[in-house]
Structures are given as C-alpha cells and as structure tokens.
Design a binder for this molecule. Sequence first.
Ligand code: NI
Length: 259
Amino acid sequence: MFFDSHCHLTDERFREEGADAVVARARAAGVVGMVTIGVGAADAEAALAIAERNDDVWASAGIHPHDATGADEDGGAALERIRVLAAHSRCVAIGEIGLDYHYDNSPRDVQRRIFARQLELARELGLPVAIHSREAEQDTAALIREAAAAGVRGVLHCFSSGPALLDAGLEADWYVSFAGVVTFRNYEAQALVRAVPAERLLVETDSPYLAPVPHRGKRNEPAFVPLVAAGVAAIRGEEPEAVARQTTENARRFYRLGA
Ligand code: NI
C-alpha cells in the first residue's frame, strides 16, 4: 500500500482524461490514499469536489507564495475564502503555503505576510500545513519555528532544500516529504533522505510535475508514487515494502485520517 501525500489532480494536464480516471489508475497501482492540493480558492473548490466523490482522496486549501500579492488585495478576501473552504470535512491541510525566492512572483515581504497569516489560520483551525520553500531557507525556518512553538504541525513538501531547513523541520517534529527527484541520476542529497526519522517520512508525486524515473520528463501521476517509495527505500537501504507501509501510516497520522 502507498499514500501519495501531495498531488495536483486539478491540474489542466489531467483535465481531458478526468481526475477520476487518474485516481482509478492509482488504486490499481496499490495507492490507498491521495491528498490533492488546492492552490487558491477556485482550485481548492475543484480539489474538494474530487475528494467528495472519492473516498480515498482528500484535499487541501491554501494560497501559494506565487499568488501572495493577490491574496493581499481586497482586504484579504482570498484568505477569507480559504478559511471557509478549510472548514470542509474533506479538507485535511492548509497548503501549499510558504516562500519562493527563486521565482519571486510576489514581493518577498508580501510572501512572508501571507505565509504567516496562513500559519495562524492553521493554528486556529487545528489543521496541519504543507510547506513549499525554494531558495528561502532562513526565512522559512524562522516562520516554521514560530508556528511550531504555537502548536502548528506541518510537512516540508517536495523537500529539496538544504540541511538547515531540514534541521528546523525535524526540530519542530514536523514531517518531510520526498518526490520523484530522489530517483534522478543527478540527485545528490541522499544524506538528507537518510536523516529523516522513519516515523516522520512521507512520499509524494507532486504530479503532474517531477515524474520519477523511468517517466522523467513526462506527465507524472499518483500511480507513480510506488517508484518514489522505491527510490527512497534504495537510498535508505530499507525494504520498499517497509517504506511503503511506514509512509502510508505516517500520512494517515499526519492528516488525521483515522484507521
Ligand atoms: Ni505541489
């Protein structure tokens, strides 16, 4: 059994085929659960609709750092929409939220403000957060420490940062999720994959992006999460079945999905 802790079933690359067909293919591959990430209110509504009609799919709602500027307009109306959607019974996390200083699609101070406000929202609602961080290690680590001290739980999604952010996440007792990048021949952060305690480890596809080998460069989908789990297992020197079982248990605990 496998659990894809982070995918984007609402992506336009799945539209022609339809998300339900993609979910069916994942089930056939042994995937017992998926969390589809809602990036912005409209996307979160679409994600929740998929979760409503599929028992093994849950959704999240959050404002991506790329869109932080828009979230700051109209007196923060976009954040209020996220708050309403987050109350849905199938919404299991706030995310993905964070900081992206690589693309800098929104000014960094606005990114930090919108990130902090959503960490506060997660605290109020008692939901965990899914963190996107790119070239923003120090600022992400600082906000994570603050949030964790206030009782917020989270996952460093698609982890590709350095040891400083990993340490901040592990000190906060947060989870760390790896994606298909771990299967790439030029992947160099094996030590970080080994540094995560077994009970804090998650796997994801982040599909349709970042397809694992041998699908690299093509459209990714949740049915490929076993390849990610196998890649993580190889790096950690563990049995693929053990990693599959452990990461599935971890995802259910993290998202509070019950048995
Ligand atoms: Ni994502």
